[in-house]
Design a binder for this molecule. Structure first.
Ligand code: SF4
Length: 224
């Protein structure tokens, strides 16, 4: 019974992957390849559009080197003008300075030593750093050291619930369910595809179901 259900969900996921890849041809990768800049970009990306978070990152980067050794010695006020476009700039600027200080003081400014640990240990260490939550830790692990882990954001929660892959809003349960269904080599791609699908089509209030490439696999009762 359970095995049958899992196989059915795996098939469903295979179809979802194929259709989303076709609909959103990519490239499917993040534009930052170093851990500390990706951490700062992730702080800037929370609850804002992709375009505004990128603009904020590039504006900050044009002014200051994105390293803990530089950002830790700035005041939040010095950072704010450059990241204002991302919104919540007071909170974000404080978070950036605080996390920079901690990484500088406790980890000699270097996240690579943590990221190179086995997945479970690396995640545990990252989560001890104030300002790094499960999603941010998983983004670093997935995109910097290509660990087979699925960072979950609000778009992914919503899409996974609507297509019936999960029935929980808990981070770890949703992550586990998706990690069991998505092939390891597709994990990073699917993270980005599900976010794009959630932002552009499976929107929170009025999903565009008539344009949806995976509508045939979705039993959401409030389809439009
Ligand atoms: S059919 Fe509608 S609710 Fe279902 S995944 Fe597509 S956009 Fe979302």
């Amino acid at each position: 019974m359970w095995k049958g259900k899992t196989v059915a969900k795996q098939r469903l996921m295979q179809n979802v992957i194929q259709r989303l890849e076709k609909r959103f041809p990519g490239p499917h990768d993040v534009f930052i390849k170093q851990p500390f800049p990706l951490l700062i970009a992730t702080i800037l990306s929370q609850n804002t559009s992709d375009m505004n978070s990128r603009r904020a990152f590039h504006s900050l980067e044009a002014q200051y080197a994105i390293t803990p050794g530089v950002l830790a010695y700035l005041s939040p006020e010095e950072i704010q003008p450059y990241i204002r476009i991302a919104g919540l700039y007071r909170i974000r600027s404080q978070r950036i300075v605080e996390v920079s200080k901690i990484i500088l003081e406790q980890f000699q400014g270097n996240l690579w030593n943590i990221l190179r640990l086995p997945l479970k240990d690396a995640r545990e260490q990252l989560l001890k750093i104030p300002g790094i939550g499960p999603k941010t830790a998983d983004i670093l692990l997935a995109f910097i050291v290509k660990q087979p882990t699925m960072p979950i954001d609000t778009n992914i929660f919503r899409v996974a619930l609507r297509i019936g892959i999960v029935n929980s809003r808990k981070y770890q349960l949703t992550q586990k369910a998706l990690e069991e269904l998505i092939p390891k080599k597709k994990m990073q791609t699917m993270h980005l595809l599900l976010i794009q699908h959630g932002r552009e089509i499976c929107k929170p209030r009025s999903p565009l179901c008539q344009q949806c490439p995976i509508d045939k696999y979705c039993d959401y009762p409030l389809k439009t």
